[in-house]
Design a binder for this molecule. Sequence first.
Ligand code: MGD
Ligand code: MGD
Ligand code: SF4
Ligand code: MO
Length: 773
Amino acid sequence: MEEEHEQQPSAENPEKLLNLEVKPAKQWAAGIPAVMAALSDLKEEHIPFRGMKALLKMNQKGGFDCPSCAWPDPDDERSPVGEYCENGAKALAEEATAKKLTAAFFAENSVAGLAALTDYEIGKKGRLTEPMYMPKGGTHYQPISWDDAFEKIAGHLNALGSPNEAAFYTSGRTSNEASFVYQLFVREFGTNNMPDCSNMCHETSGVALGDVIGLGKGSVTLEDFYDTDVIIIIGHNPGTNAPRMMSALEKGKRKGAQIIAINPLPEAGLMGFRNPQHMDGVLGHGAKLADLFLQVRINGDMALLKAIELALYEAEQKSPGWVFDRDFIAKHTVGYDEFIRRLKTYRMEDLAAASAVSVNEIREAAEMMQDKKRIIVCWGMGLTQQKNGVDMLKEIVNLLLLKGSIGIQGGGVCPVRGHSNVQGNRTMLIDEKPTNEQLDRLQAHFGFNPPRDHGYDVVKSIKAMHEGKVKVFFGMGGNFLSATPDTTFTAAAMRKLKLSVYVSTKLNRGHLVHGEEALILPTLSRSDIDLVNGEAQFISTENSMGVVQSSRGMLKPISDNLLNETHIACRMAKATLGKRSVVNWDLFENNYDAVRDAIAACIPGFEDYNLKVRHPGGFYLPNGPREGKFKSTRSESRAEFSLTDVPLNELADDEYAMATTRTHDQFNTTIYGLEDRYRGIKNERRVVFMNPVDMKKAGLVEGDKVDLFNYDDGVERVARLFVVVPYSIPEKDTVTYFPETNVLVSINNVVDESNMPASKRVVIKIKKHIPRL
Ligand SMILES: Nc1nc2c(c(=O)[nH]1)N[C@H]1C(S)=C(S)[C@@H](COP(=O)(O)OP(=O)(O)OC[C@H]3O[C@@H](n4cnc5c(=O)[nH]c(N)nc54)[C@H](O)[C@@H]3O)O[C@H]1N2
Ligand SMILES: Nc1nc2c(c(=O)[nH]1)N[C@H]1C(S)=C(S)[C@@H](COP(=O)(O)OP(=O)(O)OC[C@H]3O[C@@H](n4cnc5c(=O)[nH]c(N)nc54)[C@H](O)[C@@H]3O)O[C@H]1N2
Ligand code: SF4
Ligand SMILES: [Mo]
């Protein structure tokens, strides 16, 4: 890769320090400060009443689904005072804002001027209200009619040498209905180039679980949390990223579960919880959450998991049949003997050293599990965004198989999904690697021949754009530029496009680093009333536990000139395919029931969709592993033990491992505010958490300004102007926030097999900041 990496402050990589304040990190999450933070966001967006009215409907049966994360709602009773959390309220405030972006705003503000702002400042400008167009060589977006916008897209798509010269991205908020028609258009157009946010998120989980238990989704339901013995939370920060999971953990604990948290950081949400919906939580007593916190080194999890398995094996040796579930292993698995043979080659001391967790703590974890049968393992990006992520998730399955703890009440796998409908997008065939069976069903129902070759995922799309093989980019939501790795490389790729298009609710940096021509198409958000032919419609989504339910927006949209995503996909299809199409787009365009009937015909589990989705609380999709039915690469009817290795992870004296995470005040690239309250950080995002011993060795003190470097593939990548913050973190590990440090993540630093960016372990060097000349 060439010198394009010479990084100057630029549209994609601004460098601006604010005014950092550091306070002690918190030992518990939520409580009164969470309630206050939620209310202050509504005020900031000028919507105290509109916002409160909407919050009361969020996550209620017959209401709308929280647009933020994919954590499920209770199946039974829902609290009338509120089924939302602080971050759900912030997400609502962000999209329900009364601030608008009109054509006059874009006439006054050039793209270069907007790009000089921080992501926080860009996001706070307000909601998009009309379609905007950037002509070739232009400096400002200008208004365009919807008809002309679709003509432009159609013109560009039809001028391509092959349909594979376009890529169609999806972020995870798009409804099932919109996702289905969108992928239908893309496939009738003739490509499987459908990169999506899963390619940066839980693709790793899908690959691993698909291989070893036969379904790439979680197996547990919310009820399992209330009837279990041990809950392991590994590589996930629930207090920030799925806050209502905390209530489930609290309830599980009250019913007798023990919690083990595995993380390089003592995250507040793992350590304690004050439930703002209960009096004792508000008054500050609250629950201690983790019974055992294992402060693992970044990517030390494989060693740690194996060490726990080894300790369990030793206990099993002492009392055969007491620790392992021999019946389950014999009946439901393959590969046990090879697995044990490999496990015995490891030494406890080596594994402990590689994980940075002491032998005593490892034994304590094993003791908590040895006589227990019902174990739930929850995970997030701390594992999925690691080079050996697929193997680590297979190792989690190994552990659960030893205990016979998948497919039973209170036991199973729980990948905690990110975007509110990311799981539904995949179920609706937003997937660059559809199976032949899936495509056969589309073909049988619609009568066209969908393309069979696999398409580009996120990383492959960026490379293809860079090489000029992809010329048109279409984004159904999201912020492709900032969410993806290697920002400078990706920006260069985006600028080579003939046309870049985003369907968006809010302005983001992705709109500001664009192709030769560009379009921004404004759309409805989840909480907006979706009025079609005078009637308010509902859409549907699938949560992290495979429940599909309806969602009905209830706020008056900020502009009359927004189109819903289903309508946009259909209009694009009609403009592009014209008479070539065999699909009745007019039928789908304004009729979600008709879309759902087509889904019912094409996707297993959705039979009688229109009926079932109207059931309050929705319906569960079929889930083999949940019912104890397994499949794996080695067996049609059994789960499989996997053979994995412990990575070496060597670092030179001046190198550190860096994990990129979210603050408590952002949703991915949307920055709600500048406070990471639980970690004690205020008014700054450009921080690097370091172990005090490392700081001393490197001659750094708290508050020092530094530049961060990565040298993967022989290219120098720089993120300038960060402030050093001493933190409780294993030696040689560092943590920073994304998207700011995505400039440091090489496009080639990917997870084996899932090809996701491995943005939780980036090798960096830290040097004192040198001001530019
Ligand atoms: N408020 C809010 N909610 C969100 C989001 C948001 O941005 N804001 N994003 C949504 C999305 S799309 C997603 S995917 C989820 C993401 O939710 P998470 O998976 O929680 O994502 P991260 O913030 O990246 O944090 C990952 C955690 O992994 C830890 N970690 C880092 N490296 C390692 C490691 O090597 N081993 C272990 N064991 N842990 C490690 C970090 O310290 C951190 O606690 O949240 C969703 N919900
Ligand atoms: N370094 C690093 N990089 C990461 C991660 C990490 O942990 N570390 N996490 C990765 C993960 S897990 C994910 S999921 C990706 C996220 O990647 P994306 O999904 O691409 O990014 P978001 O920031 O969620 O997208 C925000 C934009 O979506 C638009 N939007 C919001 N709501 C709607 C809607 O209802 N409809 C439409 N059409 N648009 C809407 C708004 O314009 C907003 O600006 O980032 C990934 N990138
Ligand atoms: S836990 Fe997630 S889905 Fe539930 S209210 Fe909070 S942010 Fe929304
Ligand atoms: Mo995600």
